[in-house]
Ligand binder design. Sequence first.
Ligand code: NAI
Length: 403
Amino acid sequence: MSYKKVAVVGAGAMGAGIAQVIVAASTEVVLMDISAEFVQGGMKRIEGRFASDVKKGKMSPEEKDRVMGLVSGSANHDDARDVDLVIEAIVEDRKVKGELFQSLNRVCPPETVFATNTSTLSVTDLAGLSGRANRFLGLHFFNPVHAMKLVEVIPGLDTERAVVDAATAAMKSIKKVPAVVQDCPGFLVNRILLSYMNEVFLAAEEGIAPGLIDGEAKKAGFPMGPLELSDMVGWDVSDHTFPILHGAYGERFPSLKLVGKLNSAGRLGLKTGGKGVYNNGEIDDEFRAMVAGLNSKGSGAPFSFDRLMLKQINEAVYCLQEGVATAEDIDRAMVLGTGFPNEAGVGGPLHWADAMGLDWVLSRLKALTETEGPRFWPHHLIKTYVAAGRLGKKAGRGFFAYQ
Ligand code: NAI
């Protein structure tokens, strides 16, 4: 990797994972947190993962000792004085992150690049707080870091091109797949994934059975049902994130009632003993009563999984047209970051749309706009493609070209 030494700040779930993949690629890391105890916790996580690799025969005990020798721990910002790159993975709080970067800005040499692993804050805003906006970017890893290949590389408005290029190359050298993505709420993957989740939660509020929604998703090729996934991630995370997306994109991400209800009932999912939408795999009376109490009837149109798919297809087209990422990167990122169905190595929302036919996508979105409302209003780019005869795979040309 082009960086000789990296400081990873925040020794929690993400920070420990990020430190682990960097030392595994033979680059020195100083893992930092607010106290020696938290640093030790992170070091133990890393050691535990390498120990499990040794057990599985993926790594020799000597190799484990060598890579563990590359990571040191510290609770003192001065120990970041000789690093080329800082990756911040601390609590998701603008003020706390801003103070951290300001302190490190005083300690680190001017060439040191600062990166944030934030999921929901603006990279450009944090860059402004850091005091070195030209050498600041987002490096958004996915959980669990050792298993998830994708990293979103997010320049802020003032980030120098060379900083983006070097960080992109560095992600490749730690065996990740980087996708350069513009700074927007949700970035690329969460923005598209959560447009689907938002529609899933609306369907659940209307009383569509969670088992039906999750079953259809798995039938369509997703590795997990969206409600099972939400139980795993935690409804507190959804409660934090969806209002941010609603604030940014308005009625394409309508406000949700169920998320807050699950939270106030203490049904956060796995972290509350497996009680969320499901209660250890079953739908219980408390959940049924919660949904009935919402009295949300929806349009009354028969439920179809297309509704959930088309919601994310339309958002993917918004991302394409806004230049958030290229068509190739949108699809690659959705496959790697969310397990979007990927048959024979070709998948992702834009390939899916091409395979279904963009004329069909357009007419379904128009029909859903009639029944469900303007959040399904087809993006004008789809109309342009259809008018130009770029109907997708069957026409040899859609978002992608086909032989
Ligand atoms: P976590 O709660 O597991 O770890 C955060 C760590 O940061 C804790 O050890 C805490 O002591 C430390 N910390 C807090 N304030 C600090 C400070 N001022 N200086 C140094 N250390 C400090 O959190 P997690 O899940 O690892 O998330 C960290 C960041 O990564 C957040 O910004 C989150 O939004 C982002 N992220 C989380 C993902 C996830 O699935 N958990 C996925 C992608 C990004």
